[in-house]
Write a protein that binds this ligand. Structure first.
Ligand SMILES: [Zn+2]
Length: 308
């Protein structure tokens, strides 16, 4: 590695570590303690609001290099924070950027996938999932497109500080790993869209194992099909892009392996039918089967080889 690249990487890594330290400082108990109830003896003052004790996210430190995120599945109100109202427009295409609808049942889906992976793999995935509703904060956007009310910053920062901390930890401990960002879409009702910004956010996976690791028979696409799920991109697809707007958002673009995280980040967009109450368990089980096989083939094997 050139010294410049090393310096840049070190600078970014140091920033991640600094942000991680900040989380520990401002919210010493939130990792692994989701039940904390804020005490509210009287009408909250401005100062009291500045540091809520509950960041309204579910987070857990894991033991295997898989991080599951779910930014849009929360249903909770954020006390004293107003809902987002503006709908800024993306100038070139004129499409609305300010989406306030939740990805229904994706938090539950992500939790079920975590639980199933834990059973299959005998280790705990890390997770970061919003309990706050998207109408207050969109955690899958850059801060300037995420919230309007300054009091929402604490929650947004708590979410991304946790994600950044876990990415840095996985990189340090395991050298490689996976981030799955779980979402819902209504355009392809019985399909899962696998978004990697055309392969960009899984740069290292493709460099190490080729395109087949993503779209081949042994790759994630093949394993999803084997598990009985319909997916885009298609098996052995020429393009790694999926539908516009579902191709990979802020989270995978921030934590993907084209960045110094060295983790491969994949957005999973579940169609409406796959998230119905009747189908949710089945969808989670099939997804975990595919993800576990994919992980064992390209990540666990790599770790085992390194240990020999
Ligand atoms: Zn979403």
């Amino acid at each position: 590695m050139t010294s410049l690249a090393a310096r840049v990487q070190f600078a970014i890594f140091s920033r991640l570590v600094a942000r991680a330290a900040l989380v520990v400082m401002i919210a010493p108990s939130f990792v692994g303690a989701q039940q904390a109830t804020p005490e509210s003896p009287a009408a909250p003052t401005r100062a009291a609001k500045a540091a809520p004790s509950d960041p309204l996210i579910d987070v857990r430190r894991g033991t295997i290099p898989i991080i599951i995120c779910a930014p849009h599945g929360g249903g909770d109100k954020i006390p004293e924070v107003s809902q987002r109202k503006q709908k800024p427009v993306d100038p070139p295409r004129g499409t609305p950027k300010w989406v306030t609808g939740a990805d229904v049942r994706t938090r539950e889906l992500a939790q079920k996938i975590v639980a199933d992976l834990e059973t299959r793999l005998g280790g705990k995935p890390y997770f970061v999932m919003a309990r706050f509703h998207r109408r207050y904060i969109d955690a899958n956007r850059a801060p300037e497109h995420s919230y309007e009310d300054d009091d929402a910053k604490f929650y947004y920062d708590a979410y991304h500080d946790a994600a950044a901390e876990f990415c840095a930890e996985v990189q340090k401990k395991f050298g490689a790993g996976l981030v799955f960002d779980v979402h819902g879409q209504a355009s392809f009702k019985d399909e899962i869209l696998i978004g990697t910004v055309g392969g960009v956010t899984v740069k290292l996976l493709l460099e190490r194992h080729g395109r087949g690791a993503l779209v081949g028979r042994e790759g994630l696409v093949g394993r999803m099909l084997d598990a009985g799920l319909k997916v885009k991109p298609a098996l052995d697809s020429e393009t790694l892009n999926v539908a516009a707007g579902l191709n990979g958002g802020y989270t995978v673009q921030t934590y993907g392996s084209h960045r110094p995280t060295a983790l491969d980040a994949i957005q999973l967009e579940y169609g409406t039918d796959l998230r119905s109450p009747e189908k949710l368990d089945d969808t989670a089980r099939r997804s975990a089967e595919a993800i576990a096989g994919f992980y064992q083939a390209y990540f666990q094997r790599r770790k085992a080889a390194a240990a020999e």
